[in-house]
Design a protein around this ligand. Sequence first.
Ligand SMILES: Cc1ncc(COP(=O)(O)O)c(C=O)c1O
Length: 336
Amino acid sequence: MNPTSLDLSMFPRYALLEGPTPIQHLSRLSTQLGGATIYVKRDDLNGLGGGGNKLRKLEFLMGEALARGADTIITVGARQSNHARLTAAAAARAGLQCELVLTRAVPRFDAEYLENGNILLDDLLAAHVHDLPAGTDALPFAEARADTLRSQGRNVYVCPLGGSSPVGCLGYAEGAAEIAAQSRASGIAFDHIVMPNGSGGMHAGFVAGMKALGLNPPSVTAFAVYAGAEKAHATTLDKANHTACLIDASLRVEAGDIVIDESQLGDGYGLPTDAMRAAVRLLASTEGLLIDPVYGGKAFAGLLENVRSGRYGAHENVLFVMTGGLPGLYAYRSAF
Ligand SMILES: Cc1ncc(COP(=O)(O)O)c(C=O)c1O
């Protein structure tokens, strides 16, 4: 029998989670669609700072930052980054200063996008926001800012886009183990697992965790929401191998372990599609569940398309990983 837990005790960790998140059966939606049975993994219920998937990564990232004696954390993202908001929340809880380098990479110019949603919460969480124009590379700016602060005596930890360093990705290796344990305990085998792929860290960590547990990663399909499939595949494979190496130096992730579908990307990152709008409304109106317009909405649209086209068998179980990002709905008021 495969193991359902990973020993990650050698990595420093700062507690941000409240224990396993539930898996719920979407009975009304499954009946309405008349195909596969759909379940959701409620990682949106990781609650700090408005909640979401990034808290799994931040447990390890904050652990590393604190182990290095950091007093300040800097991260990067788009203006409505959920990762940035949750980094600010984790920093507040740990008593660290937080600076966010946010770019206007998404061409949306209405007041809700620019000032509501995550950006409002960043302010409440006392993060210092650097507002960069479109086309600026945020990471070199963050590194330079870190050097300036270090010259003033501060100890700064810089966290990459999406928190998707190999150490951050460990959070989702453990997420995979959590699902394996829940599947074993409930007797429900998931034939397909569906999630969004943004910076690729969640998918990479998940696949690395599955490999370490002896499970079959191609059962995971990630819908690309940030980069096209080719680029997302290369980034995710690289991150997955670095993460796997941290768990077990002999572990390798193969190209075929990473399955990415770009059919829901539309015109690009953060740009709404009709399928996303319909998916957000359908899940809300049939199950009372809210997913975000940038990540979950597009990935769930892909899941719906696969159910309707018969790609999943009628007797199969499909698990959708709900990742949070609810504040994005307020920022995208004009998209609905
Ligand atoms: C709500 C939400 N879902 C999914 C993702 C995707 O995770 P990753 O960047 O690790 O691919 C993100 C990333 O910011 C997110 O905020």
